[in-house]
Each structure stands twice: as structure tokens, then as C-alpha cells.
Design a protein around this ligand. Structure first.
Ligand SMILES: Cc1ncc(COP(=O)(O)O)c(C=O)c1O
Length: 400
């Protein structure tokens, strides 16, 4: 008999981490694999942020902090929301956690009763449905095809809402699609939500700075201020400041929710690393030119990948509007045979084929709730991306 709790029975490990692990295992056997599985910037954390961490550690900021975060980091987050998003939150409305992932986990743990529903427009970030299931909720998936720009429409939202709906998840720019929502898109969704007061909104805006073609970012909170009492704005330093390993995410929202999230935090991990919080203050309050430089680099890589993938017969790719992923359509490969005679039944088989024969690690669309696609991360150098595209091209050309 297993001693593992039944709540884990339906929960899958992170697909992107699994793809990277598979790549590492092949590398350990001496195979030269390009890992485009995990999404993390390849840039070093800007040096003034590292310096601030150093100074904080030397100055004795090495103790537990308040569960919701230090006063300084919550002030810095409130300042960021005011300055960059036009949102009027105070430090008391802010909570900090070990990554945006833990913010989301805490928010769900604080609110989900068994059987409560969370609406997830697909394709979605792989962790959303697994966290919902882990905490006793029911993910309600709404497939959003590429032809609709991978965006949720008010009509589909209205249809999906039931008396058990507790959350709507929005993520813009989206992982894996890169899709963003305009102010009017968000207002139209807000008009539906206004009719359903039981629904909370989780707006995951962690890629807000990685936007292309001169687009502007509009926070859900700015577009729909009338829903402020049931909106949680989620963000973090991982993607904008190349700080994935520092593990700092943050959110602002209604006080009963953020207070409950802080209680969970106090009983699970006490607080976020004090030194990482000091680094976050420096990231949010310090110079932002590196953020702009990263954005430019991501746009150049997006252009390279769109151009390269579109030249490959059998693959499709709509130019992502933001974030650092390419969600590549592979419908025309499904049902065809690899040189070894394996039928590519689905996008998981395609990703396996690309890994084992093409030596490129990607994540199958099945993990994101919309098939047949595979996702590659474009958060890596141009030379590596060029080589990866050449390998994908060669592998696809051999499919019969
Ligand atoms: C949409 C989205 N939200 C949240 C996260 C998690 O970010 P963090 O590193 O802050 O936990 C990711 C990471 O891939 C993401 O893609």
C-alpha cells in the first residue's frame, strides 16, 4: 500500500522541469542535447542587484522577516505597481513569497474548498491545473485556439462560469503562447465577471516587461478597477530581472486574501529569504536599463525563431507578442512516421522524437492543455537557437 496522500494521485510533476531532466539525463550519457525546455533568462542578474544582496548580508539582514515580507520590499512592490501599472496599493496590500508559484499556491490554499472550480484558458502555465487539483479544486479548461490569438473571449467565459467558480486565471503575456490582452479585451471580460460576484481573478503578469513590437502593457487591475476587491495581481522578479533562482514573487490584492496568504506563509516557510528580499528592493527601485536590454534581446530572438521555424515545412508559428517562448504548431506531423518507423501519434511523441533524434528538448503542448503543439524557450543565445532550429529542421525533414 502506498503511503503517499491521495491528493497527489492526480497531480503531475512539472512538464517543463521533466523535459529539462530528460535533456540532462541524455547529456550525462554523452549526447549533445540543446535544452529549450525550461523558461529562464540566460542573462546574469544585474550586478547592482547582486551588490545589494551582498550589502544586506554584511549588514546583518540575515534573520527571519515578517511573513508577508519586509516593510521595505512591500513598499518597493507598492511603488512598482503605482509607477508601472497605475495601481494604487499600499505596502499593507502586498504579500511576498518564494516565487510567483508560491504566491499562486498560497492564494489557492487560502480560498479553494473541495470541488471549487478554477477557469483556466488553455494553453496555460503548466503549474496552474496541478496546483488547483492539489488543493482540492477542479480545473475548468477552455481551449483557446491559435485562430483567436489564444485569447479568452467574454462569450466563452460566460459559458464556463458556474455557481462553483472560485477563480478565473489570466496570464499575459501568456506562457506558452506569448498572447496579450488589450484594455478593451480586459474590459469585456470584466463586464462578464461583474455579473458573477463569486469569481475571483488571478492576473499573472510575470512577463509584463517582455513585450514586443512596441506594445504597451495594461494590468488587469488598471483595466477593471471596479473588480479590485476580488482581483489578485501576481508578479515577481524571476523573468524581468533574470532572478529565477532568487525565488521572489509578489502580489497585491484585497486585504482578507493577502492576510490569509501571509498566515499560510508563516506556517509553511516563515518568510522569503531576507537577502533575496533586499535584492528585490534593489531590482524594483534601482535602474531599469537592464530590463530594457533584456527585452530587446528577447525580441531579436523571437524574430530569429519565428523566421527559422516558418521556413520549416510542416511547422507553424504565429509571432508571439511577448514572453520568451515559441508555441509551435505541429499538426501536419501527427500520424506520420519517423525514420525508425515510430508513428507520431500526438505532440508528446513529436517532442520525444525531437529530443531523441533531433537532440533538442522541448515541452509537448499536451502539458499546456492545447495540442498539437510543442513549446521551446527562446531565452537562450542566438547561436544556440540557430543550431536548435537547424536540428529541428533536419529531424522534421526525415518524417515520412
Ligand atoms: C506564467 C508563469 N507564472 C509564474 C511562473 C513562476 O515564476 P516564479 O519563478 O516567480 O515562481 C512562471 C514560470 O515559468 C510562469 O511562466
Amino acid at each position: 500500500m502506498s503511503y503517499i496522500a491521495s491528493r497527489l494521485s492526480a497531480v503531475k510533476p512539472s512538464a517543463s522541469m521533466a523535459a529539462s531532466q530528460a535533456a540532462r539525463a541524455l547529456r550525462a550519457k554523452g549526447v549533445d542535447v540543446i535544452d529549450l525546455g525550461l523558461g529562464e533568462p540566460d542573462f546574469p542578474t544585474p550586478s547592482h542587484i547582486i551588490e545589494a544582496a551582498h550589502v544586506a548580508a554584511k549588514a546583518g539582514q540575515t534573520l527571519y522577516t515578517g511573513a508577508a515580507g519586509t516593510a521595505e520590499v512591500r513598499e518597493a512592490v507598492a511603488g512598482k505597481f503605482r509607477r508601472e501599472n497605475g495601481l494604487d496599493y499600499t505596502a499593507d496590500d502586498v504579500v511576498v513569497a518564494n516565487g510567483a508559484k508560491q504566491i499562486i499556491f498560497n492564494a489557492l490554499m487560502a480560498t479553494l474548498e473541495s470541488g471549487d472550480e478554477a477557469i483556466l484558458p488553455a494553453p496555460y502555465f503548466v503549474s496552474y491545473p496541478e496546483m488547483v487539483k492539489l488543493l482540492g479544486g477542479r480545473p475548468v479548461l477552455i481551449e483557446r485556439p491559435e485562430t483567436s490569438g489564444f485569447r479568452l473571449t467574454p462569450e466563452l467565459l460566460e459559458k464556463a462560469i458556474t455557481p462553483r467558480t472560485k477563480w478565473l486565471f489570466l496570464n499575459m503575456p501568456g506562457n506558452p503562447s506569448g498572447a496579450i490582452y488589450s484594455q478593451s479585451d480586459l474590459r469585456a471580460l470584466g463586464a462578464v465577471l461583474a455579473r458573477h460576484p463569486q469569481v475571483l481573478v488571478l492576473s499573472d503578469e510575470i512577463y509584463e516587461h517582455i513585450l514586443f513590437d512596441g506594445r504597451d502593457f495594461v494590468s488587469f487591475g488598471k483595466a477593471c478597477p471596479e473588480l479590485r476587491d476580488r482581483t489578485l495581481i501576481v508578479n515577481g522578479v524571476s523573468k524581468s530581472y533574470a532572478m529565477t533562482g532568487w525565488r521572489v514573487g509578489y502580489a497585491a490584492g484585497p486585504a482578507p486574501l493577502t492576510r490569509a496568504m501571509a498566515i499560510i506563509q508563516s506556517q509553511s516557510c516563515t518568510s522569503v529569504c531576507s537577502i533575496a528580499q533586499a535584492a528585490t528592493v534593489a531590482a524594483l527601485n534601482g535602474p531599469q536599463d537592464e530590463v530594457a536590454r533584456f527585452r530587446q534581446a528577447f525580441e531579436a530572438r523571437r524574430d530569429l525563431v519565428v523566421d527559422g521555424i516558418r521556413r520549416i515545412n510542416g511547422l507553424t508559428l504565429s509571432p508571439p507578442e511577448g514572453a520568451f517562448y515559441a508555441y509551435i504548431g505541429c499538426a501536419s506531423l501527427i500520424g506520420r512516421r519517423t525514420p525508425k518507423g515510430v508513428v507520431l501519434e500526438d505532440d508528446t511523441a513529436v517532442a520525444n522524437y525531437l529530443l531523441n533524434e533531433g537532440r533538442v528538448a522541448s515541452v509537448p503542448g499536451a502539458a499546456y492543455g492545447l495540442s498539437p503543439y510543442f513549446r521551446i524557450s527562446t531565452a537562450t543565445g542566438k547561436e544556440v537557437l540557430t543550431e536548435a532550429i537547424a536540428r529541428i529542421n533536419a529531424a522534421v525533414a526525415q518524417v515520412e
